[in-house]
Design a binder for this molecule. Sequence first.
Ligand code: 5AD
Ligand code: SF4
Length: 440
Amino acid sequence: MSQPKKLFIKTYGCQMNVYDSERMAEAMGGQGYETVDSPDDADMILLNTCHIREKAAEKVYSELGRYKGLKAEKPDLKIGVAGCVAQAEGEEIMRRQPMVDLVVGPQSYHRLPELTARTHNGAKAIDTDFPEEDKFEHLKSRPKAKRGPTAFLTVQEGCDKFCAFCVVPYTRGAEVSRPAQRIMTEARDLVERGVREITLLGQNVNAYHGHDTGLAGLIRELSTIDGLERIRFTTSHPNDMDDALIAAHGECEKLMPYLHLPVQSGSDKILKRMNRSHTRDQYFALIERLRAARPDLHMSGDFIVGFPEETEEDFRDTLDLIEQVKYGSAFSFKYSERPGTPAAERPQVPEDEKDDRLQRLQALLKRQQQDLQDAMVGREVSVLFERAGRLPGQMVGKSEYLHAVHVTAPENQAIQPGDLLKVRIESSGPNSLSGVLIGR
Ligand code: 5AD
Ligand code: SF4
């Protein structure tokens, strides 16, 4: 048998890219490539990129610059750019970095083996189409190897919302849902291979319509799979949170009490200019209904500061919204101008204002997160253990609320990855909790 070739994939950006990278590795596995952890002796380097903010996109070019020496030493080395920068910038990438051999957009990954074959003898290959066929069905099915206790599963892609700041509708295209039966098959396969928690992914996951009764229907059906213990989903838009999905938070035991529901801003004026098509009061009302269904629900969110024309007063509305909701975790960003999106054309907030607002916002979020985490001390949680910790016998896992939890088990009760155990929380540190086992 010939030696396997070595593929190094570097993944940027969202969890969807993590899932896509896994699937591309599997597709290339069928072509005799095995994945390696370093670019140094790779035969192929693939960057799976993110275009959401300027910084993320620029990282790709500086990373490519680093591979110049490798390519000079090894002219056969193939370098590919996948993901949203590939989709948005296409041939421009090859102009800026002529050593790039292939460019493949996020909807064309199933064509990766064929594109790679086309790059023989220095030829270039580019594919940024939005083909009709389902890329996941064309990718080689997952090999049966064992895997860790948690997995991502993409169920929906693309977005029709056109928030005024966002490139996703352009890079990932219109909303498309995968049929429920295919997702069920993939989920059963993951569970057979050791997965106990699945996070359903989609840019607008709660707009999923591949099941008769939407995402709630899919979650209920997934709940019937024995051995699948936990279900999560991300990312949601407030306007797609329907009654059935709200009810599922109270009724479906396997659905975890943690919800990522970005609001971006707490100012009605800014929400309108962002084209979010809901108000802050509608967001509050939604959270009230969700918490009525599941009182211990931990909220998570995304925030943008310094969106064009955001005043100090608008910003304070965002701080006030955060004070009222109390987030268990959150991601926050300075607004970044994205070419081709409506907001890029509008009067911009000065950079130092953005810096100042981001600092104030993050200080508030951090305090809130710490308070909520500290409030877990003394409580019983269930922990799905994932990996060994730094101390002898210590294992680390996640609670239902996504807190990292460290436990050192007595010697005769060693914990294995994949164990789902009851833990009493005893202390809260800067980024994680510690506790003791109270039952199996
Ligand atoms: N600038 C800053 N943040 C952005 N996001 C999306 N587009 C931009 C942008 N142009 C943030 C939003 C979104 C998250 C994935 O990234 O908060 O929810
Ligand atoms: Fe981007 Fe999300 Fe808005 Fe769609 S809903 S445009 S993915 S921020």
